[in-house]
Design a protein around this ligand. Sequence first.
Ligand code: HXC
Ligand code: NAP
Length: 290
Amino acid sequence: MNYTEGMLREGSLKGKNILITGGGTGLGRAMGEYFLVLGANLVITSRKLDVLEETAKEMMTKFGGKVIPVVCDVREIDQVEAMWGQCIAEFGQIHGVLNNAAGNFISPTERLSANAFNTVLDIVLKGTSQVTLTAGKHWIAAKQPGVFLNIVTTYAWTGSGYVVPSAAAKAGVLALTRSLAVEWAKYGIRSNAIAPGPFPTEGAWSRLLPGDLVKKFDPAKKVPVGRVGVHQELANLAAYLISDFSAYVNGDVITIDGGEWLKGAGEFNNLEMIPQEMWDMMEASRGKKP
Ligand code: HXC
Ligand code: NAP
């Protein structure tokens, strides 16, 4: 058994209907596939119907279950409410929402137009809050429990240059997660977040490591465990947090980054660059034999 394998027992999500924003590609798709393996049905949404339809078809062929593709730009409240209506019409009840849709790119902040900044804020923060509000209001009115799982990243709390709109928006999503975990717990609604480190996807790599950057910056080098993430290990964590096994986990953000952000934070962590011979010399100069 290892991290490339599914972790939860068969049927762990049986009877659960789960909405995944941005579910047609990348990590949203990977998490959705594992939810299907565990017995869930899905609604996957994004702006591109052709991508969603193709993904839904492939997912059902490979993993079984029901996958409904619905076009929805999370920035548009009318589209969000219509999409939620379709979820309820199709399944009667949605048990969990995975807020995964995002937009991002690298740029010096002073080069960004107002529209560029707002585009990322709107997809990530406004989009997540609109989906959350729509689902939450429905669950409360229908007296149904529910669970939110929001995908942020570690710079939600450290901040990061060159992705400033994304950092500001993800920080907002984290605040939303923690706030509603308390406010809506009385309705049986839990809210948690996952903060992934680098997990290669076409969407993220093409925008964060465009052109030659991918050759110059190997993200694995920044990670203490020496590698990037594997989609299945993120899917394992997501499945646990969206399932009833995590019933007592509420308002938390779980980091899955191989220790990456802490490596950047610890004052002396860069001393790993010192070779063993130099440590030997330093010991010798203190009078200790190597
Ligand atoms: C500067 C840019 C830009 C760039 C777009 N803009 N790309 N500015 N650098 N690379 C500007 C445009 O010029 C425009 O401003 C404004 O942003 C809106 O651009 P559009 O192309 O019209 O927007 P839209 O079609 O809505 O596309 C949104 C997008 C795009 C965010 C720009 O990249 C997208 O669709 N992304 C979705 C998927 C995605 O980003 N996945 C990666 C998530 S990875 P003007 O002023 O010219 O009108 C992630 C990882 C985090 O979040 C952590 C990693 C460890
Ligand atoms: P991705 O494949 O580009 O996923 C982003 C998804 O969001 C796409 O399916 C995209 O579909 C959808 N989307 C974008 N704008 C939208 C909008 N306005 N309305 C609805 N859907 C929209 O990239 P990914 O790497 O899998 O990222 C998934 C999540 O993980 C994001 O929240 C990201 O911030 C987070 N994350 C990723 C990493 C990583 O290393 N990959 C690390 C930390 C966090 P359309 O273009 O069809 O709309």
